[in-house]
Design a protein around this ligand. Structure first.
Ligand code: ADP
Ligand code: MG
Length: 148
């Protein structure tokens, strides 16, 4: 399916987009959030987690690399691969264990080898657009029929 572009002129639009994604997630999904520093990857991850029912802080996992939210249904793992030097390190983190039975939200997915080839991946590329943001959404085949 062709990519879908969303205009997200402000924070409220970004948060509403996250809530729409949260309503559609299933175990096994990967939400791959790419885009430069400050684009809004963590903001969108936070909105997805809150939309999935998380109450409280959503720290950026820049230092811990992965934060697990296993009280949610489905459980969600939020990862930031910015600090990985090579994709093999993602395996060493136990990424496969985190992914089992959960949804993975991944910032800097390309540094973990990328997920966009997976049918369960919803790839979202965020870029700066005037004072707001633009998101280009590319659904894997598992996402056809539920593209947010
Ligand atoms: P990243 O994780 O991509 O480095 P962050 O989410 O940490 O970026 O920071 C993004 C910044 O941009 C935050 O200050 C956030 O409030 C702001 N922001 C997020 N979405 C939008 C938007 N749609 N329009 C304007 N500002 C936004
Ligand atoms: Mg971030």
């Amino acid at each position: 399916m062709a990519a879908v572009t969303h205009d997200l002129p402000d924070l409220a639009a970004m948060e509403a987009f996250g809530a729409r994604i949260a309503a559609k997630i299933r175990v096994g999904d990967v939400i791959a959030l790419s885009g430069p520093l400050g684009a809004g990857k963590t903001t969108l991850a936070r909105a997805i987690l809150q939309g999935a029912g998380h109450r409280g802080e959503v720290p950026s996992p820049t230092f811990t690399l992965i934060e697990m939210y296993d009280a949610l249904e489905p459980p969600v793992a939020h990862a930031d691969f910015y600090r990985l030097d090579n994709p093999a390190e993602a395996e060493e983190l136990g990424l496969d264990d985190y992914r089992e039975g959960a949804v993975l939200i991944a910032e800097w997915p390309e540094r973990a080898g990328g997920f966009a080839h997976e049918p369960a991946c919803l790839a979202i590329d965020i870029s700066f657009d005037a004072t707001g943001r633009k998101a280009i959404v590319e659904p894997g085949t598992d996402w056809l029929g539920r593209v947010p």
